[in-house]
Design a protein around this ligand. Structure first.
Ligand code: PLP
Length: 399
């Protein structure tokens, strides 16, 4: 018999499964609020003008396609460090930061998880409740036991900060804490600056190992403003991990552009840690692809393209904000009694709407509007054409 005869079918990815159902839906009014992708007002994934310009320059240069270093493009890695830590960062100047180009934010988390497993095999990993659905699977696949720390408070639609703090204060030294640096996925609820300060202090007191996941830098308030958590950790003297993704803020999803950065206690440690991270990469995929990283490096190295990118990023951020307030107003305009103003307070691409799984199902069946069964919707899939339709559907299902 076949060596695969006993293989069971793995469960379907919940969000990709939603896409398949959406694509098969024949209704012209259908709307997909499930997937975490930024669409423009015409419902298209944008190709940013700054990226296009960097790409044209690169194509014209007609470069050969040699291997990259194991840790990737040095110009790219240095640009990533500056985005995360600020261009005047003392940690960068001191050689306390190492960065490896990675295959998206996911790839960065995976390299970081594999390296942490070698560094501290007995540590437990703690992720927010709820979290991006891949966090648990990624760290479990690296061999860790993964548990939740309290995060979302459905009653206030904000963060259960007391619950979160109490949990973190009780963890063993060396525990790995995965934190969403900004624009929490899936809830849209972030910590404020003072709360970040408290989290940093707890990590210091308890000897916890922070792993900051930065997948939406620039989608809440701006490039530097969205790095407050990273900057708070960088000022603390702690060692920490950070993953960056440029899928959303450069609209480069399929190019798989991300990076793992690690802050160490000093230059000598950095060299040793990098040498170990390189071993992890070498035995996974040897070295990263060139194209996406070169585009990001090209944009960030040119003052003109960087300004253009920042303006385009601000445009995406402002459009999402307009959709947030637009949705709140449009739901109100239906005469709906429930107050949705919290949607305008949440940050990033997502909102936990508070819709139940049953209500999400009615939205799909009756209106062709697809959302995740947890009630998470992607605001960046709303536009001026579908906003009223979605608002009316939400008002109808919560009656
Ligand atoms: N981390 C979070 C919190 C995310 O929401 C995402 C993407 O949705 C990622 C990481 C992964 O990003 P990438 O697509 O670059 O792998």
């Amino acid at each position: 018999s076949s060596i695969f005869a006993a293989v069971e079918m793995a469960p379907r990815d919940p969000i990709l499964g939603l896409n398949e159902a959406f694509n098969a839906d024949a209704r012209t009014t259908k709307v997909n609020l499930g997937v975490g992708v930024y669409f423009d007002d015409n419902g298209k994934i944008p190709l940013l003008a700054a990226v296009k310009a960097a790409e044209e320059t690169r194509v014209k240069a007609g470069l050969p396609r040699g291997y990259q270093p194991i840790e990737g493009n040095p110009a790219y890695n240095s640009a990533v460090q500056q985005l995360l830590l600020g261009k005047d960062s003392a940690l960068i100047a001191n050689g306390q930061v190492i960065t490896a180009q990675a295959l998206g934010g996911t790839g960065a988390l995976k390299i970081g998880a594999d390296y942490l497993k070698r560094l501290n095999p007995d540590a437990k990993v703690y992720i927010s409740d709820p979290s991006w659905e891949n966090h648990r699977a990624l760290f479990e696949s690296a061999g860790f036991v993964v548990e939740n720390y309290p995060y979302y408070d459905a009653a206030t639609r904000g963060v259960n900060f007391d619950g979160m703090k109490a949990c973190l204060k009780g963890l063993n030294a060396g525990s790995i804490i995965v934190l969403h640096a900004c624009c929490h996925n899936p809830t849209g609820a972030d910590l404020n600056d003072a709360q970040w300060g408290e989290v940093v202090a707890i990590c210091q007191e308890r000897g916890l190992v922070p792993f900051l996941d930065m997948a939406y830098q620039g989608f809440a308030d701006g490039i530097d403003a969205d790095a407050v958590a990273v900057r708070a950790f960088s000022a603390s003297g702690l060692q920490f991990f950070a993953s960056s993704s440029f899928s959303k803020n450069f609209s480069l999803y399929g190019e798989r552009v991300g990076a793992l950065s690690i802050v160490t206690a000093g230059k000598d440690e950095s060299a040793r840690v990098l040498s170990q991270v390189k071993r992890v990469i070498r035995t996974n995929y040897s070295n990263p692809p060139t194209h996406g990283g070169a585009l990001v490096a090209g944009v960030l190295a040119s003052a003109e393209l960087r300004a253009q990118w920042e303006a385009e990023l601000a445009g995406m951020r402002d459009r999402i904000r307009a959709m947030r307030t637009g949705l709140v107003d449009a739901i109100k305009a239906t005469g709906c009694a429930q107050d949705f103003s919290f949607v305008a307070q949440q940050r990033g691409m997502f909102s936990y709407t508070g819709l139940s799984a049953a209500q999400v199902e009615v939205m799909r069946e009756e209106f062709g509007i697809y959302a995740v069964s947890t009630g998470r919707i992607c605001l960046a899939a709303l536009n001026t054409k579908n906003l009223d339709y979605v608002a009316k559907a939400i008002a109808a299902v919560i009656k």
